[in-house]
Write a protein that binds this ligand. Sequence first.
Ligand code: SF4
Ligand code: SF4
Length: 299
Amino acid sequence: MYRIRLHGRGGQGIKTASQILGTAAFYSGYQAQDFPLYGAERRGAPIVAFTRISEKPVLERGPISSPDIILVGDETLLDDPQAAPLCGADESTAVFINSTLETSVLQQQLHLSSSLLKLNLTELCIQHLNKGTVLSTALAAAGARLVGMITLEALLKAVDAELSQQGIGSIQENLNLTKEIFQNLFPVVLKPRKEKTISPSEIILMEQANIEEAAPIILSPGNMILRKTGNWRVQRPEIDYEHCNHCLICYARCPDGAISLGPDDKPEIDYDHCKGCLICAQECPGHFINTVREAGVES
Ligand code: SF4
Ligand code: SF4
């Protein structure tokens, strides 16, 4: 069985990528299972999705802790200890990162024992789709190529089926993107991983936890300051102070209160907490807030 784990942010199409991958495996004659895992947070929050592919029925359930392939759609997640996209990677794992950096630089920064592969998927998405924020097709194509058992024909059919089902119009552009990524990568040779069998003595019976410990509720007030959501950002808003006329619409519209008033009532963005939703850039009447792609991993 191949276990693939996909990491990205809400809104980047990571769940759809896992679905395309699963459907492409199915069209190639395999059994597949795919599902996402995310909480109540919105666009920009780290999310994870999983695809299992096997010649036999997939009976295993739950998140994948020891993946054969890890696909990282957003390299800014590498700095986020709560997202921990490389968790569980070992010498049998192949890690793929959508990055602007060279493989040698990434290897030096990450000190991985796993095989490491990279391609600038965002750039290819911009070329083919005219936007670099949705990575569903690109990440699925990278995963399908690396896993090696999925044919290009099956992958194209899966892209067409999944995107049509979601009512996405740019099918031909997505198919062209798929072909280019498929041609730019090669299947990885995965070291065999020992299948783990669980004997009855290892099964732990869980007791129902206290509601305050088990439920996803926030009990301590003011904790948002401590949670630095600035590293969820894919695009950074930058105020053009030469033209800004201090109308403060951005200050009023930021849903996270990440814009405050500085000296002379100038709007100032708190980059520790700005999630990069870019509502401020859309709302600024004079379009005086520019958007810049986050640089990614810094040494
Ligand atoms: S992008 Fe703008 S609106 Fe969104 S969180 Fe950041 S400052 Fe607020
Ligand atoms: S909305 Fe635009 S013009 Fe108004 S304060 Fe914000 S950046 Fe300046």
